[in-house]
Design a protein around this ligand. Structure first.
Ligand SMILES: [Zn+2]
Length: 369
């Protein structure tokens, strides 16, 4: 009886304590028992303070971050350093192993490790990456390439020929068609059946799933969100629907908000705000797809903190004062948000490498490494 009375009261107080519009977090979604698809969204340089800044800038109760029912934390350190870089950080996610800073898809002894994208491709899953950096940049590179040093960008681009990734949307076309070694990787990809397009519209892509494609959004690095770059949310939605048609087995899609990190390195709050708004819209697209699909696990995390960001006092919630304490990465723990079948695997506090094992466990793939 006491319980029956207390529960409504608690709900009333809970309602008072959380101002702003309620998010869709508690809307019932019927999930499958295990996921068929995984969307892994990585905010490069995005840890708790960047997420907090995004929530206060966009408005409490209005962000996609607040729709996740499950949250955990990962420890981001690399094999040789308390403070990771994006290469070791992404390799931890892609291979489930701590490696040394600068290493792309290789272990400390320089042996290549099979990435989750490569493994799932071999198992018949459709695979894709959508990013706001160039294709050979550290995070996307760590899912498809194996190189000792992240700066070997020409060689990393060559590794895109080794795994038949179904779709790539991002920058860096010159690594494929204007190379010092005069190889034209776009011609090779076309010979293998790829559709190659440039721009930020999707109408001329094989969206019926009939062919793999690469859409280059920039010759070099794509512009900043504060300079009106807008493609990431639509590209993510487009990639989800395309990949779903591409394989009956399921799909793995890695999406990166690449420039959250760059804004923090630059200690540029205006740029950071635009990137976080863009990334939040992108997460919303992934969540909306997953909520209607019911067979998709959506994960959002960062690889590390960047800029030592603090949210100092301000006159209103939205007008707090962002204070950066450095121009480099820091070792602060990073939140992991999960939605969909098997999301509960991602609660708790664990190493960044465990995200790999948890994704495999969610898909019920036996650990082989
Ligand atoms: Zn960085």
């Amino acid at each position: 009886m006491i319980r029956l009375i207390l529960l409504p009261l608690l709900l009333i107080f809970a309602g008072c304590a959380s101002p702003g519009k309620q998010t869709a977090a508690l809307q019932p979604v019927k999930f499958a028992e295990r996921p068929k698809n995984i969307i892994l969204l990585i905010g490069d340089g995005m840890a708790l303070s960047q997420v907090s800044a995004g929530i206060y800038w966009i408005g409490v109760g209005k962000t996609a971050f607040e729709r996740f029912p499950v949250v955990g934390f990962h420890k981001s350190h690399s094999c040789d350093d308390l403070v990771t870089d994006s290469a070791a950080g992404a390799t931890a996610f892609s291979c489930g192993q701590k490696t040394i800073n600068n290493a792309i898809g290789v272990l400390p002894d320089n042996k290549p490790c099979t990435t989750i994208l490569e493994d799932l491709d071999q198992r018949g899953y459709a695979t894709g990456m959508v990013v706001t950096c160039s294709a050979p940049h550290a995070t996307p590179a760590s899912f498809i390439a194996h190189r000792e040093i992240r700066a070997f960008t020409e060689e990393i681009a060559l590794d895109y020929l080794k795994t038949p990734i179904d779709c790539f949307i991002g920058g860096g076309e010159h690594f494929f068609n204007d190379r010092p070694d005069r190889l034209n990787l776009e011609d090779t990809l076309k010979q293998r059946g790829y559709v190659i397009r440039r721009g930020t519209t999707f109408g001329r892509l094989p969206l019926d799933g009939s062919a793999p494609f690469m859409l280059f959004t920039a010759e070099r690095e794509p512009p900043t969100a504060s300079a009106n770059r807008r493609y990431l949310p639509d590209a993510t939605r487009t990639a989800c629907h395309y990949l779903k048609k591409r394989s009956d087995k399921g799909f793995f899609l890695m999406v990166e908000g690449s420039q959250i990190d760059w804004a923090c390195h630059a200690n540029d709050a205006t740029w950071l705000r635009a990137e976080l708004v863009d990334f939040d819209r992108t997460i919303k697209q992934a969540l909306d797809f997953a909520a209607s699909d019911g067979e998709t696990l959506v994960l959002v995390t960062g690889d590390h903190e960047c800029g030592g960001l603090a949210l100092a006092e301000g006159s209103t919630k939205q007008e707090f004062k962002p204070v950066f304490s450095c121009k480099l990465h820091t070792a602060a723990m990073v939140p992991v948000f999960a939605f969909g079948p098997k999301a509960e695997l991602f609660t708790g506090l664990y190493d960044n490498t465990e995200i790999y094992g948890k994704m495999r466990a969610a898909l019920e793939i036996i650990q082989t490494q």
